[in-house]
Design a protein around this ligand. Structure first.
Ligand code: SAM
Length: 249
């Protein structure tokens, strides 16, 4: 897109009074975002693709031949990146509430990860084989109350962590989006018991103003421990440093 067309689009958008202020702000941010332009240029379906590229470059979680479960996969950026890395010998399954346009060589399941039926479908798809990595970029849509958003995301993460015991191979990896100060205290301690190394990482392609970051857990050592069910405790953040480049909990 030429810079002339780009500035025309921005002017038009700024003067469009039919849109709400927040919708105008979102579109302006998209138009000015270099990762949106880069994703378009490189054929990725989302700017999110670059987050997983950065995560995998740093932590080397998946490689040629890996089996990958990608939760919250729509529109498919992480699946595209994963498929390119794992190649024809590997296996990628994407899951989302939303429909996803097919990607050659990637299997998709549409539905809610919270449903037991979905867990059964995923296990059936892996045909008794274990996954090398479980990735979750899932984010429940925001209700505008940050504590409620946080609790919802923690509930999703706890479900993904529990599911690791059914699907992840010993030595495998787990990546999940978290918010604000990092992984919630109870979950973080469970992850530390079940993985050799647990890190927090903020990719450069994740917007600086966004409170998202990723928990990266490597070296799964399955030993079933019970997560505490009392959600109010989930509000107690572990006040750990957020690592932009290099952090390990
Ligand atoms: C940020 S987007 C993921 C972007 C994706 N990683 C990519 O690269 O294109 C988050 C996705 O999580 C999905 N999601 C949220 N809650 C879910 C749930 N309970 N089950 C399945 N998908 C869920 C949403 O529908 C949304 O598409």
């Amino acid at each position: 897109m030429s810079s002339f067309k780009q500035s025309d689009k921005i002017k038009k958008l700024e003067s469009n009074k039919k849109r709400t202020h927040s919708s105008r702000q979102w579109l302006l941010r998209q138009l000015n975002d270099p990762f949106v332009a880069k994703a378009k240029k490189e054929g990725y379906r989302s700017r999110a693709a670059f987050k997983f590229i950065e995560i995998n470059e740093k932590y080397k979680l998946i490689k040629n031949g890996s089996r990958v479960l990608d939760l919250g996969a729509a529109p498919g950026g992480w699946c595209q990146v994963s498929k390119t890395i794992v190649g024809d010998k590997g296996f990628v399954v994407g899951v989302d509430l939303l429909e996803i346009e097919p990607i050659t060589g990637v299997e998709f399941l549409q539905g809610n990860f919270h449903d037991d039926a979905m867990h059964a479908q995923i296990l059936a798809m892996f045909q008794g084989q274990k996954a090398d990595a479980i990735l979750s970029d899932m984010a429940a849509s925001s209700c505008g109350m940050s504590d409620v958003d946080h609790i919802r995301l923690i509930a999703l993460l706890e479900a993904v962590f529990e599911f690791s015991f059914d699907l992840l191979r010993p030595g495998g990896s787990f990546v999940a989006k978290v918010l604000r100060g990092g992984t919630e205290h109870n979950l973080l301690s469970q992850l530390k018991q079940s993985f050799v190394k647990v890190s927090h990482f903020k990719p450069k392609s994740s917007r600086q103003e966004s409170s998202e970051l990723y928990v990266v857990a490597q070296g799964f050592r399955p030993k079933k421990t019970q997560l505490k069910a009392d959600l109010p405790n989930s509000l107690n953040f572990n006040n750990t440093e957020i690592d932009q480049n290099n952090g390990t909990e």
